[in-house]
Design a protein around this ligand. Structure first.
Ligand SMILES: Nc1ncnc2c1ncn2[C@@H]1O[C@H](COP(=O)(O)OP(=O)(O)OP(=O)(O)O)[C@@H](O)[C@H]1O
Ligand SMILES: [Mg+2]
Length: 237
């Protein structure tokens, strides 16, 4: 479909016999930003893993920039300029900050580099001070910044972030939200899994709330406001 960057159609994903995602469909426009919300265990991470092919869905399709990528292995999907910042960050203990960034850096699929090492350093001054530190020597916030920086140097068109603010002190969370807004303003589409409705409403154009692997709500920030009570109920424990 035109102007659609990511389109997810009727995804059904299972772990063994547990049916987790039920006919999940949504789309994200080019240059736009969307949130994916839901209580613990509702299938947010499974949705992201299904999009990336880390957990292949039983049925359904994933289109990226008009191409059906459903049958491609994960690495080929990511080479279409999709970056993933996973839950838990995935930082290597035995590599330095600099090595993480050097290892990941590559131009986009058109050979263009917008996010080089220097731009990432400008965005994360704290990382610059810690270039020769190992993954184990970083605070949680620094690890999260490195995970985002590592995704940025792959020059993505879509950045997928899974609970990037989880487990961080309030001030560090605020820094991460600012960085996500900067990324978004730079023209990278973002798909953000988080629990902070207020921050997501400000950042994203479009919102999806899932309950037990099914769409419970989808709509604009304005529609989210109009249905705030329903959405908050779906998100409260
Ligand atoms: N590898 C797996 N094998 C079997 N079941 C799994 C596996 N991973 C997740 N699940 C189950 O699938 C369901 C959805 O999990 P998922 O991780 O997608 O939820 P989530 O919305 O990301 O939750 P959280 O907010 O806790 O990160 C849960 O019931 C979970 O226990
Ligand atoms: Mg999760």
């Amino acid at each position: 479909m035109r102007n659609s960057l990511l389109e997810v159609k009727n995804l059904n994903t299972l772990y063994g016999r547990s049916h987790i995602l039920h006919d999940l469909s949504f789309r994200l426009g080019k240059g736009q930003s969307m949130s994916l919300m839901g209580r613990n265990g509702m299938g947010k991470t499974t949705t992201l893993k299904s999009i990336l092919g880390i957990v292949p869905p039983r049925s359904g399709h994933v289109h990226f920039d008009g191409e059906d990528i459903s049958k491609l292995p994960t690495w080929k999907r990511m080479r279409r300029d999709i970056a993933y910042v996973p839950e838990g960050r995935g930082i290597f203990h035995n590599l330095t900050v600099k090595e993480h960034l050097q290892m990941a850096a590559r131009p986009d699929s058109n050979g263009k580099t917008s996010w080089d090492f220097e731009r990432v350093m400008d965005t994360f001054p704290r990382l610059q001070e810690r270039l020769s530190n190992l993954g184990t020597e970083l605070s949680g916030g620094e690890q999260q910044m490195l995970a985002i920086g590592r995704a940025l140097v792959t020059n993505p068109r879509l950045m997928i972030l899974d609970e990037a603010t989880e487990g961080l002190a309030p001030l560090i969370r605020a820094d991460i939200w600012k960085v996500i807004a900067t990324i978004r303003e730079s023209g990278i589409s973002t798909l953000v899994v988080d629990k902070n409705i207020k921050a997501l409403k400000k950042l994203c154009d479009y919102h999806v709330v899932i309950v037990k692997g099914k769409i419970h709500f989808d709509g604009s920030s304005k529609e989210l406001d109009e249905n705030l009570e329903t959405v908050e109920t779906a998100l409260s424990v």
